[in-house]
Write a protein that binds this ligand. Structure first.
Ligand code: 6R9
Length: 668
């Protein structure tokens, strides 16, 4: 369906809504309405007034050590109390020094022997429709058993374990079993290719890999094991592979290296004495795309990360003991780490896990599941919301959705249009929407409305969380006036911030603390309105956000450079109705190579192999050369205009060969 038709239908449906009848504007900067929390929501909220938010926020930024020290003491279970709250020698932070704790114990053991013991920790629905409920007690037993398995395999604290699993409960079990023994997990999203797996494993020198015989997606089996097998041809550090049987798909097992999860699992003890680890003991590495080079291994450590994930979950999702919470993000992304696993389980919540695609078998799968499992909170991404809008309201209207009480959005800016649709069609005008801005690097949510306290403005992530001080500045680091676009920095350290990039502290310092010395630069552009609300516009660096997935243009270019037909390549984003941004690649080819559709398809497939199929470009354009300055620099500004179908603006007089513009413009 074309974007224009979607818009027409949307406008029609929106004008029918009683609470959005004056909605005519679609641009974030022009949307003026404010949605105050209802008295009913406020009455039951964990934080129920703007005044209490302001008071606590003021304390958190005026006396951060006192504030964070109190939170850490109250919210986490410590084996040994910390003696200092923060040691900050920019850009290196040490939080809760002297303290010892076990993260898995904070997510599981602390609930045992309480009313939560027999409560569902995970309700799982597989794509084929299989449902499993796992209580806190059962989850704890699973984790303890796997912790023993790891130890028997020789995995010790500090060792790295790569997890490449579908969205099944065992992914959570594997992460927590690592945490329990102090091993550092690196979860690799199931959409990544064998090349990407190999790079990640080699970068962190993982000893153990956990994968499955496949996972279900759109009625088909995702072949995870063959991808691991190919990757492991070039990973000298991996000693063993644990393979979970999920689909019954036939896989090759390498003698002496691969073992079945159910074999090593059998008969092991259900309890495990957990050691305590330092607050700053590494918890996980998560690779994410940057503006240069290969993906970066963002390192998060134990206490600070857990505190951030736990506290934001409590306040921003207004969590209650009887909530059933569904986050649709994959465990392979930071959202899955913080808001499927650590933040939710440490709060003793019930997490709903879904394995598959939102439109399998029909585009109403989410709504069906929400009714079936009486889900109360849904956390998803604007790209999914745009897809639901496109699939049509009827798929939604068939379902009650009356169990829902709160909605969340993450991953990219949400347009007021999508916000209002989400609010009306899914939230029935009743559920607040928390638009949450944060990053892999920040570990937990940084800017979002606390739903019982902060009035909502569609399209704005609103106000900062406790202890977080974002500012909008110009190139020189000077704060810009309210209402002016600038770059977003975060001026104070916070407990869940990344500690370094695995094996490359210099890159860590340069990437995040280099532009504004000693101050964290987010890479995002934003502005603040007169009420102090933040409006985030997106990346200002060469990182694309495609369907909520971060992809570095440099990564795509490096992948293309390894194709034998390619002389030179450049990747840029263009605005896309559904995906937010779409990937367009420009390629100049070597002499003697024929530029035809087959080559374009081949280049797309090549990127799929090098990175993952989600990174395949939407458009490939081939020309004898790329627009360059006389000194040989590719002019990306021009490529962005061409990709977006805009008239090429700005100075073109410095170009080496102006005719290449026309050659690139004429292609799809
Ligand atoms: C959690 C996550 C981070 C980038 C970030 C920004 C964009 C995320 C957003 C948002 C506007 C929001 N982003 N949430 N932009 N409004 N509510 O997505 O982490 O994958 O590391 O991406 O996503 O551009 O810099 P990650």
């Amino acid at each position: 369906m074309s974007g224009a038709r979607t818009n027409a239908r949307l406008k029609k449906s929106l004008t029918k809504a009683p609470n959005v009848s004056d909605q005519k504007k679609t641009s974030a900067s022009r949307e003026k309405r404010v949605f105050k929390p209802s008295a009913e929501f406020q009455r039951q909220a964990n934080l129920g007034s703007l005044a209490s938010y302001k008071k606590l926020y003021a304390e958190s930024v005026n006396s951060p050590e006192k504030f964070w020290g109190r939170q850490a003491k109250e919210l986490l279970v410590w084996r040994k109390p910390f003696t200092s709250v923060l040691k900050w020698k920019a850009p290196h932070a040490k939080w809760f020094g002297g303290g010892k704790l076990n993260v898995a114990e904070n997510c599981l053991d602390r609930h045992l022997g309480t009313a939560l013991e027999n409560k569902a920790a995970i309700i799982f629905e597989g794509e084929p429709g299989d449902v499993r409920t796992i209580t806190y007690k059962q989850l704890s037993m699973h984790v303890c058993r796997l912790a023993h398995v790891f130890e028997n395999m020789g995995v010790v604290a500090g060792d790295r374990v790569a997890i490449y699993l579908p969205m099944v409960p065992e992914a959570v079990v594997a992460m927590l079993a690592c945490a329990r023994i102090g091993a550092v997990h690196t979860v690799i999203f199931g959409g990544f290719s064998s090349e990407a797996i190999k790079d990640r494993i080699n970068d962190c020198k993982a000893k153990l890999v956990i994968t499955a015989d496949g996972g279900w997606r759109r009625g088909k089996i995702i072949e995870l094991k063959p991808a691991v097998d190919r990757a492991l041809e070039g990973t000298p550090t991996v000693q063993s592979v644990i393979v979970l049987k999920r689909t019954g798909n036939e896989v090759k097992m390498a003698e002496g290296r691969d073992v079945w999860w159910h074999d090593v699992w059998k008969g092991g003890p259900n309890t495990h004495k957990a050691k305590a680890f330092d607050s700053e003991h590494p918890l996980f590495i998560l690779y994410t795309s940057g503006s240069t080079g290969k993906p970066k291994g963002v390192l998060h450590t134990s206490a600070g990360y857990l505190l951030g994930a736990k506290m934001t979950s409590h306040y921003i999702f207004d969590l209650k003991q009887n909530d059933r919470y569904f986050c649709s993000a994959d465990i392979g992304w930071i959202t899955g780490h913080s808001y499927v696993v650590y933040g939710l389980l440490s709060n003793g919540s019930t997490v709903f896990l879904y394995e598959g695609a939102p439109n399998q078998p029909e585009p109403d799968r989410f709504w069906q599941m929400i009714d079936r499992h009486a889900i109360t909170i849904l956390y998803t991404a604007p790209t999914a919301i745009r897809a639901f809008m496109r699939w049509g309201d009827n798929y939604v209207l068939k379902h009650r959705l009356d169990s829902l009480r709160l909605l969340g959005s993450v991953g990219e800016p949400i347009s007021p249009e999508a916000w209002l649709w989400y609010h009306k069609l899914i939230g029935k005008g009743r559920c607040p929407i928390v638009d949450t801005w944060w990053q892999t690097e920040t570990g937990s949510i940084m800017i979002a409305p606390i739903p019982g306290a902060v009035p909502l403005k569609p399209g704005s992530a609103s106000l900062p969380f406790f202890g977080i001080v974002p500012k909008i500045v110009d190139e020189k680091g000077k704060e810009v006036p309210r209402g002016t676009d600038g770059k977003m920095i975060i001026t104070k350290p916070w407990p869940s911030m990344l500690r370094t990039l695995w094996g490359d502290d210099e890159r860590f310092q340069k990437t995040y603390f280099g532009d504004y010395p000693g101050i964290y630069f987010t890479g995002d552009g934003a502005k603040q309105d007169k009420d102090g609300y933040f409006w985030i516009s997106g990346r200002v660096d060469d990182v694309l956000n495609i369907s909520g997935h971060r992809i570095g243009t440099a990564e795509v270019e490096a992948a293309l450079a390894t194709h034998p037909a390619v002389a030179e390549a450049a990747a840029v984003g263009r605005p896309d109705d559904l995906k937010g941004q779409a990937l367009v690649v420009f390629v100049s080819i070597k002499t003697g190579v024929t530029a035809d559709d087959k080559l374009k398809e081949d280049l797309r497939a090549h990127i799929g192999r090098e990175i993952g199929s989600f990174a395949k470009p939407d458009s490939v354009r081939i020309a004898p050369s790329l627009p360059k300055t006389r000194s040989g620099k590719i002019v990306r500004r021009i490529l962005k205009d061409i990709a977006a179908g805009r008239q090429v603006t700005g100075d073109t007089t410095t170009l080496e060969d102006i005719s290449v513009i026309a050659a690139l413009q004429t292609q799809d």
